[in-house]
Design a protein around this ligand. Structure first.
Ligand SMILES: Cc1cc2nc3c(=O)[nH]c(=O)nc-3n(C[C@H](O)[C@H](O)[C@H](O)COP(=O)(O)O)c2cc1C
Length: 198
């Protein structure tokens, strides 16, 4: 994305963090299933780069399998505390194609995570049926033992995605529902901006 747009998004992100929102990086990620049905869930936005936003997950999860088959995704962030009081906050919508980060990028981020989360990434067969909680507890104990007294390596099935954005929309709540919508669309490498009726 162009530098002004990147700066705008990073600035909003910082404002949201400073606004006291306890989950300022939580965003809805929508993927498309093989049957054409949309699936949405919350993931954490790790960073916004020139290419677009990044998030981390289990590549074998339902979302991972959906992205493998169909890379088009949509993201939605809602920062309730920004903008005019009680006017709806700020919503950012991002659409584009998700692709896996390089292994060394995922390794570098995984190494910064708390040890408990690193063990969890090995123990969780994310999105698969869990017969009972004790089965999960036993897997956690198994990996704690396996990696005792050593750094926990990144599981090959866990890592990041970047979303190569081709549509970004910033919605700012205004009094009397006279909201502001600014939309940017990428055509080849050129971003064009327009306003939309709210
Ligand atoms: C606040 C919040 C943050 C979350 N962050 C992540 C995340 O960064 N990565 C992730 O894989 N799941 C995250 N989850 C769990 C997902 O919403 C979801 O339950 C999980 O990834 C399985 O989704 P799937 O079966 O559709 O693949 C988060 C949930 C919440 C409520």
């Amino acid at each position: 994305m162009n530098p002004e747009l990147l700066q705008l998004l990073c600035g909003l992100m910082e404002q949201a963090r400073a606004s006291g929102d306890p989950e300022a990086t939580a965003m809805t990620l929508a993927t498309v299933g093989s049957d054409g049905r949309p699936h949405a869930r919350v993931v954490l936005l790790k960073s916004i780069e020139t290419d677009g936003p990044q998030f981390y997950t289990n590549y074998h999860s339902a979302k991972g399998e959906e992205i493998r088959a169909h890379a088009e995704v949509a993201l939605c962030l809602h920062w309730k505390h920004l903008g005019e009081v009680r006017a709806g906050g700020v919503q950012v919508r991002i659409e584009g194609r998700a692709s896996r980060l390089h292994d060394d990028e995922s390794d570098a981020y995984f190494a910064t995570r708390p040890r408990g989360s690193q063990i969890g990434a090995w123990a969780s067969l994310q999105s698969q049926t869990l017969p009972d909680r004790s089965t999960f507890d036993a897997r956690v104990a198994e990996y704690e033992q396996r990696f005792a007294d050593q750094d926990v390596p990144r599981p090959p099935h866990w890592g990041g995605y970047r979303v190569l954005a081709d549509m970004i929309e910033v919605w700012r709540g205004r009094e009397f529902r006279l909201h502001e919508r600014r939309r940017w669309e990428r055509f080849a490498d050129v971003w064009r901006e327009r306003l939309l009726y709210p």
